[in-house]
Design a protein around this ligand. Structure first.
Ligand SMILES: [Zn+2]
Length: 89
């Protein structure tokens, strides 16, 4: 079966995915991709953890600058792309 999404596209959708704001059809396809793609699943877990950490810091009145959040996000993207291209070797 052909993947509906490339990993990179999934990463771009993940923020919406975790917020639950994706369209039902898009979410379904993303779920299908995630079901067969270990690097993406790992990415979701790592991403959830980083979101969790950010939320916890916020609760403790620690201000995490937007720039840092964005940097974490792009770091994770690079990691995922590296993982998925390694898998295709
Ligand atoms: Zn993937």
């Amino acid at each position: 079966m052909k993947d509906f999404f490339k990993c990179q596209e999934c990463v771009d959708l993940l923020t919406d995915y975790l917020e639950g704001s994706l369209e039902v059809e898009v979410k379904r396809r993303l779920d299908e991709h995630l079901a067969g793609c270990a690097p993406c699943i790992n990415f979701v877990r790592t991403f959830e953890k980083s979101q969790d950490l950010t939320n916890r810091l916020r609760e403790q009145q620690v201000n995490v600058p937007r720039e840092v959040q964005e940097r974490v996000k792009s770091f994770l993207k690079v990691e995922l792309v590296a993982l998925s291209s390694e898998r295709q070797k």
